[in-house]
Design a binder for this molecule. Structure first.
Ligand code: KG4
Ligand code: ZN
Length: 355
């Protein structure tokens, strides 16, 4: 049983957790949302500075809450990719320094692998193979999970990520940042059938569509056009109906393509992860569609959908048990593909400082 101290600083949450295999001993998340709200989105330089201020208090708190000392820790892990480079560097530098000072192994973790492992934290009996739908602010992918470090991306977005679409549409509707929870709240009192928005499809050269790929930028533009025309004719914008109709279109697209992908790939379980997995309408739709087709579906609790370090620690614990270690020369990367996750444990890693 490996006990890992894990750090996550890839975007706007400073998070530290202590995880023993698949159980969470402590999970501290210092959110920067209130600071970035002023700017309507994450400002990378501000995020890095906030991580610097928050990291030491979060580290102290994680040990106190877990009720363990350093002698109980087997390894130190940090998210190394993908993410904001300056933000990643804060967590990775702290993790490497602790590993050196405490004479412990260091493990770099891929952020998306972390989101996949959030499913194991909430469903410890979940076994590969299964289909993971990762829907976050930066990513939208349907991934066949075959085992630790063994992933095949079967579908992905060709433009905006699902969370990015939520954030952009929320900005159009003047609902503030982050957009996902605001749209989710507004949509509760709206009619999902009030407006018909297009489900973005990705054309295949020579005809037809890529069945499991996503495209959300056209949907965002369609909502923008509808808002522009309503402003001309209506005294007040039907915000709740617009939010509900947009959200229903995203949920319908994600659900239909993910269920088809699982069925056609012979996978009987779907595990959804990432911030958009917190969406109440998506949770309902996916559960209903999966039940109809005899598929099992797993959603982590809300605090494990959005960014946290417990999921990073859980992934690191699995790699640790398999003997995987990262060299201290491992760098950070803004966009390492998930298929290259095992390069984080190779002898010749991503050179430090290279994006
Ligand atoms: O996984 P995450 O915390 O960070 C990234 O790795 O990107 O995801 C953040 C994204 C944001 O775009 C946010 O608007 C979205 O997740 N989100 C939601 C909800 N809660 C967070 N989207 C839809 N409905 C929600 N309830
Ligand atoms: Zn994330």
């Amino acid at each position: 049983m490996a006990t890992i101290l894990a750090i996550e600083t890839s975007c706007d949450e400073t998070a530290v957790a202590i995880v023993r295999d698949r159980s969470v001993l402590s999970s501290i998340v210092a959110s920067q949302i209130a600071i970035h709200q002023r700017y309507g989105g994450v400002v990378p330089e501000v995020a890095s500075r906030q991580h610097l201020e928050a990291i030491n208090p979060c580290l102290d708190k994680s040990l106190v809450e877990a009720g363990v000392g350093w002698s109980a820790i087997d390894g130190v892990a940090a998210t190394v990719a993908p993410g904001l480079v300056g933000a990643l560097l804060v967590g990775v530098s702290a993790a490497k320094a602790l590993a050196v000072v405490r004479n412990l192994p260091f493990l770099g973790v891929h952020h998306l692998e972390g989101h996949i492992y959030a499913s194991y934290l909430s469903a410890p009996d979940l076994q590969p193979p299964f289909l993971s739908l990762l829907v976050s602010g930066g990513h939208t992918s349907a991934i066949c999970v075959r085992g630790c470090g063994d992933y095949e991306t079967l579908g992905t977005t060709r433009d905006d990520a699902a969370g990015e679409a939520f954030d952009k549409v929320a900005r159009l509707l003047k609902l503030g940042y982050p957009g996902g929870p605001a749209i989710d709240r507004q949509a509760r009192s709206g009619n999902p059938d009030a407006f018909a928005f297009p489900e973005g499809k990705v054309s295949r050269p020579g005809g037809g569509y890529y069945q499991y790929d996503f495209s959300f930028s056209g949907l965002k533009t369609a909502v923008g056009r509808k808002v522009a025309s309503l402003v001309e004719t209506e005294p007040t914008l039907p915000i709740a109906d617009l939010a509900a109709s947009f959200q229903a279109t995203v949920a319908r697209t994600l659900t239909a393509r993910t269920v088809a992908c699982a069925l056609n790939s012979g996978l009987d379980a779907i595990a959804v992860g990432g911030g958009v997995a917190a969406n109440s309408y998506l949770r309902q739709q996916m559960q209903r569609a999966a039940r109809e087709k005899g598929l099992r579906v797993f959603f982590p609790p809300l605090h494990l959908c959005t960014d946290n370090a417990a999921m990073i620690g859980c992934a690191a614990a699995d790699h640790y048990e398999r003997g995987h270690r990262s060299p201290l020369t491992l760098g950070v990367s803004s966009r390492l593909p998930l298929s290259q996750v095992m390069s984080l444990y190779a002898e010749a890693p991503i050179p430090a400082g290279i994006d």
